[in-house]
Structures are given as C-alpha cells and as structure tokens.
Design a protein. Structure first.
Length: 89
C-alpha cells in the first residue's frame, strides 16, 4: 500500500493544534494521520525555527565584524587627514 502524502494545509493545522496545547495523539486522530507523522511534522517545524535563529545569529555576527572593520578604517583615515592637515599648517 502506498503512503499517503500529507499536504501543507494539514501540516499547518497540525502545527497550530500542537501550539494550542492539544496532545499529539489527539491531533493524529483528528487529522487521520499517524502519531509518528505528527511527531515528525512538529519536529521539522522546530528544526526550521532553530535554523532561522542560527542564520539570523550568523548574519548579526557578520554585520558586527563588518562594522568593526569600517570603524577601524574610518579611524585610520581620520589619522591620515590629521597628519595632512598638520603638515600644511
């Protein structure tokens, strides 16, 4: 017997039901899917959330490094400008 593919609408409803505090067993029965499928859907959602946090955190770190590099470069240029002004005056 072929496995039944769970559509995105059902997955979203499962996630919503889980977020509202329903038991996974009750969710499985309500939507006519296996308990292991409910566990997998919820787990995948949690993994995606974690991945987003990691990506966001990585972006913040890269942004901070870039800002530090730019601030260092600005300080170097200010010193050069000061040196040029002092040589003229």
């Amino acid at each position: 017997m072929a496995r039944k593919k769970i559509n995105e609408t059902t997955k979203q409803k499962v996630i919503k039901a889980h977020a509202s505090g329903q038991s996974m067993r009750k969710i499985a029965k309500e939507f006519g899917v296996g308990l292991s499928s409910v566990h997998r859907i919820v787990k995948e959602k949690d993994l995606q959330k974690g991945q987003k946090k990691i990506t966001k955190k990585k972006g913040n770190i890269e942004r901070k490094k870039r800002i530090e590099e730019l601030e260092k470069r600005i300080a170097e240029l200010e010193i050069k400008i000061f040196d040029l002004d002092s040589k003229k005056g």
